[in-house]
Design a protein around this ligand. Sequence first.
Ligand SMILES: [Zn+2]
Ligand SMILES: [Zn+2]
Length: 394
Amino acid sequence: MNSNLQIAKIKKSIIKHIDAERPVLRELAMKIHSNPEQGLSEYKASGWLTEYLERSGFVIERGICGMPTAFRAVYGKGKPAIGLLAEYDALPGIGHACGHNLIGTIAVGAGVAAKAAVELFGGTVVVIGTPGEEVVGGKIPMAKKGAFSGLDAAILVHPEVEELATSNALACQNLTIEFFGKAAHASANAEKGINALEAMILAYNAINALRQHIRPTARIHGIITDGGQAANVVPDHSAAFFMVRAADDAYLDELQPRVINCFQGAAEATGARLEYKWDELRYSAMKMNHTLAQIYAENLAITGRVAFVPKAGPGSGSTDMGNVSQVVPAIHPMIAIAPRTISIHSKEFANAAASDAGFDGMSDGSKAVALTVTDLLANPELLVRIRDEFLRSP
Ligand SMILES: [Zn+2]
Ligand SMILES: [Zn+2]
C-alpha cells in the first residue's frame, strides 16, 4: 500500500516539473501551430512530439497501424498500462482551429511528467499518437487493429471553451447517395426525362418526415452536392452526403435501413436509379467512465479549475475517441482555453490555441493527466473500479 504522503510528495514534484517544462512545451505547441498539417500528413508534428518523448527516455515505435504519422511511445514495463492519446492534425484552411496542437503537447507533457510515478509505483505509461481525427477518424482503424487493447485506461484532453471531466459522443456513420436519371429538354421534351433532382428532393423530404418519429437523440442531416447542371436540362444525376447519428450503435443499426427506405421510395416514385454507400468507418458512441472522470476532476481541481462531470447520456457530436472507449475505459475531458462566446473550428479559437490562455490550459491539462496517472499507478484498486464500470456500462 502506498502512503498518501508518498503520493502527495510525488504529485508536488510532478507539478513542479510541468511548471519548469512549460517553455519547452509552449515552443513545441507553437511550432505545431505555425506549421499546420492536415490528417495523415502530420509528419513534422509527429516528428517533434516523438523527438521530445525519445529525448525523455521513451521507447518509440513510429508508423504503427500502417499510418506513417501514428506512433507509440512507451516508458516502463508491465501492468498497469495507462494510455495518453495525442492528436496533432489541423483543419484545411483554418489551421489549428480545433487546438490539436495542445492535445499533442498535453499528452507528451503529461507522459514525461508521469515518469516519476512509473519509477516509484511500476507499470507503464504509453503515449499514443493518433493522426487524422478531423478527416478520417484515425482512431477507428487503430482501435480495430488493437492499438489500444493492452491499456487499462486511456485519456485524451481536448481544448474547448468549457471545463468537462469527460464528454458524451454519438455514434455516427456517413452516407453517400447518388440518383441516376435521364436527361431531356426540361420544357420541350420533359416527358422523355427522368429527374434525378426530384428523386433527391423527395428523399430529402422523406427524411424530414422520418425525423419526427425517431428518438430525439438521433440525428440525420445532409447536403445536396449535385442538383443538376442547367435549368433547361432534366437533371440526369444528383448526389448528396448525409450523416446519421444515434446515442448507441444498436439504434444506429436500426435507423440505417429506415434512412435507406426514404431514398428507395424516392427512386420508385421517380424511376431514377439509386446508388448508396455507407462509409466503411463508423464512429462509436462514447462509453462513459465516471470513476475515471471523477479522478481526473479531482486532480484538475489541484490546478484551481473546476470540471463538470457529465452524466451518462447522448452526446451532441461524434469523435473517434468513442471507438477507443468501446475497447478500453476512456475519458475525453475538455479544458477551457477561451471564453464561451467563441466556438471551436473558428479563427478565434485558432488564435486561442496559440495564446497564454491556451498554454495555461496545456499546462493545467498536463498536470491533471499526470496526476491522474499517478493515482492509477499508486492505487491499483482504482483500476479495478474503473474496469467494473467499463464492464457494466452500455
Ligand atoms: Zn475539430
Ligand atoms: Zn478536435
